[in-house]
Design a protein around this ligand. Structure first.
Ligand code: AP5
Length: 210
């Protein structure tokens, strides 16, 4: 899943993973879990996440390749937030080709900047189970509490306007070139991320089966 911050990559990746019965592998979720566990990885990545900068390629590649090497990824996976640079995309290509497999689709979720800032400042996440809400478009049943586990909902630390603007700049500089990279390989499908969540998911499923 490719797209700017807040495009809805995570929301769509979770739905797809459920529908296709494959794991959802999110580099951002892996890094945030490491931060909350206060692990060595968490210490290594914290300053990048705080500022909305990319974690260095070598560390990110090692972490994601480690996750993709786990048994549950043998029959496929939905990648969300990785790759995010041409170096990462080339590393992924090499990793998959060693395993005699390849990406089948790259879904680019497209949403304009104004909508992105609106969505991210209204996002709330459950620190306990990771469920994601939005006070504008997907509010929880009880304000501030997770529908799934009842824990408190919080804004992500990188969802303040200044860091969002930096994440958008980093996206344009580092990640947008991947649209050309995957376009040349005939893998890129662009969907309009400014529709209802289920309508986007249906469109993606149609693209995957087409
Ligand atoms: P990461 O966690 O990947 O963040 P991101 O790319 O900025 O994307 P987001 O998670 O913010 O947005 P999303 O597109 O998943 O949107 P969501 O579905 O939640 O990365 C965080 C940080 O980790 C990076 O800044 C970097 O430091 C590091 N990192 C991660 N991967 C890395 C890599 N490969 N290399 C180096 N560093 C890396 O939706 C957003 C909100 O909108 C939610 O509230 C949701 O409910 C709502 N929403 C979703 N869809 C809709 C819709 N259709 N209509 C209305 N509301 C919607």
């Amino acid at each position: 899943m490719l797209g700017p911050p807040g495009a809805g990559k995570g929301t769509q990746a979770k739905l797809l993973a459920e529908r296709l019965q494959v794991p959802h592998v999110s580099s951002g979720d892996i890094f945030r879990a490491a931060l909350s566990d206060r692990s060595l990885l968490g210490q290594q990545v914290s300053r990048y996440l705080e500022r909305g900068e990319l974690v260095p390629d070598d560390l990110t590649i090692a972490v994601v390749e480690g996750r993709l090497s786990e048994k549950d990824c043998e029959n496929g996976f939905i990648l969300d937030g990785f790759p995010r640079s041409v170096v990462q995309a080339e590393a992924l290509e090499g990793f998959l080709s060693e395993r005699r497999t390849e990406l089948t689709h790259v879904i680019n979720v497209q949403v304009g900047e104004r909508r992105i800032v609106e969505r991210l400042t209204a996002r709330r996440s459950c620190r306990q189970c990771g469920a994601v809400y939005n006070v504008l478009s997907r509010p929880p049943e009880r304000a501030g509490k997770c529908d799934v586990c009842g824990a408190e909902l919080l804004s992500r630390e990188d969802d303040n306007e200044e860091t969002i603007r930096n994440r958008l700049r980093v996206y344009e500089e580092e990640t947008e070139p991947l649209l050309t990279f995957y376009g040349h390989r005939g893998l890129l499908v662009t969907v309009d991320g400014d529709k209802q969540v289920e309508a986007i998911a249906d469109e993606i499923i149609r693209c995957l089966s087409g």
